[in-house]
Ligand binder design. Structure first.
Ligand SMILES: NC(=O)c1ccc[n+]([C@@H]2O[C@H](COP(=O)([O-])OP(=O)(O)OC[C@H]3O[C@@H](n4cnc5c(N)ncnc54)[C@H](OP(=O)(O)O)[C@@H]3O)[C@@H](O)[C@H]2O)c1
Length: 286
């Protein structure tokens, strides 16, 4: 047993969600651009996630663009009562698949309305303000202007809860000075641990921390230690990477991404993988 044995659900906004959720980004075409290679296969992944009890899905209009939101709507609407869909704004896609900053008041307002339309809902459960930073790590620029725009859209009743993504501790504090923050979504996994202090700080405040690239992203983490621990537990290396995140802190919610039902099922089963303190300490030293 580890020191932090995970509970299965934690609060996100006013809703209880399972700690093992699903990230929909991998459902779009190559480079997160265009339609999936296998449309029906993508619908099957979403439906299998819900059938297995997942009630937290992460998405954005800029995956595709619009592709993952359309797939989510096609596969799952009318949505289960307990499903929390988290989307994000702050970027858009160029015609050449580039990722472009889009956080002016007009762009953010359009993005919120576009997410509402594409998901087919009247209110967005949670919207993350995705700060631009250095693509996958934050900078210290102010997020006051874009986050204030989202706070106004929340006051208009278009958004239930707000989160922030790709942010530093100072940027989280800046956002909290404007409106409550229910989740922080940053790059974090076994081998990318810049947020260790931030995770503990947010745990103390009861705020969910949602690592993006929990498996390492487009090139999942590879390590002999991970393989060794996996074989000791008759688990897969990816299951061990997820189990390590679950034991890391009680406020961590997982959204591993996959385009495969088999991988989805393996990832969900990671919640049953129990790491010993000795295995955790070997993994910590990666
Ligand atoms: N806020 C942000 O800026 C931001 C940035 C990136 C991502 N996100 C969100 O975070 C979610 C998770 O990140 P991610 O999907 O990019 O990366 P990830 O979850 O770390 O890894 C996804 C990769 O791992 C593979 N994979 C998944 N399960 C596997 C398994 N059991 N065995 C072997 N390979 C497996 C997937 O390929 P297969 O499809 O073949 O399984 C895919 O290549 C995204 O879906 C998205 O919702 C947010």
């Amino acid at each position: 047993m580890t020191a932090t044995q995970p509970t299965t659900s934690i609060t996100l906004g006013e809703r209880l969600v399972k700690r093992m959720g699903y990230g929909a980004m991998q459902l779009a075409g190559p480079g997160v651009f265009g339609p999936p290679k296998d449309h029906d296969g993508a619908l099957a992944v979403l439906r299998a996630a819900i059938a297995a009890g997942v009630n937290h899905i992460d998405t954005s209009d800029f995956y595709g663009p619009f592709v993952t939101n359309h797939l989510i709507r096609e596969a799952l609407a009318p949505y289960p009562q307990d499903l929390v869909i988290v989307t994000k704004v702050g970027a858009r896609r160029g015609d050449d698949a580039s990722w472009l900053r889009a956080d002016s008041p007009e762009e953010l307002t359009d993005a919120v309305h576009s997410n509402l339309r594409n998901l087919g809902v009247d209110v967005l459960d949670v919207v993350n303000m995705r700060a631009w930073g250095n693509m996958h790590s934050p900078d210290e620029s102010s997020i006051e202007a874009p986050f204030s725009t989202l706070a106004k859209l929340q006051q208009q009743g278009l958004i239930r809860h707000l989160g922030v993504s790709n942010v530093s501790a100072a940027q989280v504090a800046e956002a909290q000075g404007i409106a409550p923050v229910v989740c922080v979504q940053n790059h974090y996994n076994l081998v990318h641990r810049a947020d260790d202090a931030l995770i503990d700080q947010l745990a103390g405040q009861g705020i969910a921390y949602v690592p993006f690239f929990p498996l390492g992203g487009f090139s999942p983490v590879q390590s002999q230690t991970l393989n060794d621990v996996a074989s000791e537990l008759a688990a897969t290396p990816m299951q061990v990477a997820l189990a390590w995140l679950l034991q890391r802190a009680p406020n961590i919610l997982l959204i591993p991404g996959t385009s495969s039902v088999a991988h989805l099922q393996q990832n969900l089963a990671a919640q049953d993988v129990v790491l010993s303190p000795e295995q955790v300490s070997r993994l910590n030293s990666l």
